[in-house]
Design a protein around this ligand. Structure first.
Ligand code: SF4
Length: 250
């Protein structure tokens, strides 16, 4: 299995590999064993639940990056969806990002009931800490407790992707954004022609996260709508995504 991974990497079929693990007895040991056994050239990540010491041990074992997923961006939703304490999770994330610059990533899930403002402000905070942000759209999965909940509206997701793109690239600051009373983004603090120019290549709507991670169809069916494009957008796709992002009172 590890040999097949190495062959896929060396032949250019994959750019990185990521372990999506669930918490069970000894799971960090198993991640470490894979990190030790896999070809060191392959950028290998893992999304885990760990304290700062364990993060260090995983990086030491050979992981390129460690994912500490927040998923939810406010206390109430975090408690409801993950059953824990967001502030505590953020403390671990901040400390890990401080100790291991450029090697910590987190996942944020849009559509759990947060506002666009909460999402944008959280992204700005994480960016300040140097945490890589991977954005996901909530996806209802049959058989799970949230199977009946809807995914986020596409236009809202496009605004959040736009906010992330601007924040991460330093093109605009969240302090320059304006929000409605309901927390919807109504301005990025840039003139319309500039927004269109920056967004016209569609890059803002591609999958975000670790370099080379495109996780195709991870949070949507192949029939679409594609929340995260795992590839470059066509001209028409970029235009539609841009129109959705800029729809409404911007
Ligand atoms: S962004 Fe991709 S590679 Fe990075 S931790 Fe998340 S799923 Fe893994």
């Amino acid at each position: 299995m590890l040999a097949a991974l190495e062959e896929a990497y060396l032949s250019g079929k994959i750019e990185r590999c990521c372990l999506q693990v669930t918490v069970s007895p000894g799971y960090l040991q198993r991640v470490k064993a894979i990190a030790t056994g896999v070809c060191k050239q392959i950028p290998l990540g893992a999304s885990v639940v760990a304290d700062v010491g364990e993060v260090g041990a995983l990086l030491e074992a050979g992981l390129d990056r460690v994912g500490l997923s927040l998923d939810a961006v406010n206390e109430e939703i975090y408690q409801r969806v993950k059953g824990g304490d967001l502030s505590a999770a953020m403390s671990v994330l901040e400390e890990a990002a401080h100790r291991y610059p450029g090697r910590i990533v987190t996942h944020l899930v849009a559509g759990l009931g947060e506002s666009e403002e909460e999402m944008a402000r959280m992204m700005a905070r994480l960016q300040n800490w140097g945490v890589t942000i991977a954005l996901f759209a909530f996806t209802p999965i049959p058989g799970t407790t949230m199977a009946g909940e809807p995914p986020p509206p596409v236009d809202s997701y496009r605004r959040i992707q736009t906010a992330q793109y601007f924040i991460v690239r330093g093109l605009a600051s969240v302090e320059d954004f304006a929000f409605s009373r309901q927390g919807r983004i109504v301005s990025y603090g840039l003139p319309d022609y500039e927004l269109r120019q920056i967004l016209s290549d569609g890059k803002a709507f591609e999958t975000s996260g670790c370099p080379g991670c495109n996780r195709p169809y991870y949070n949507e069916p192949p029939s679409g709508p594609l929340y995260n494009y795992p590839r470059s957008l066509t001209h028409d796709e970029a235009q539609r995504a841009l129109d959705a992002a800029l729809s409404g009172p911007l």
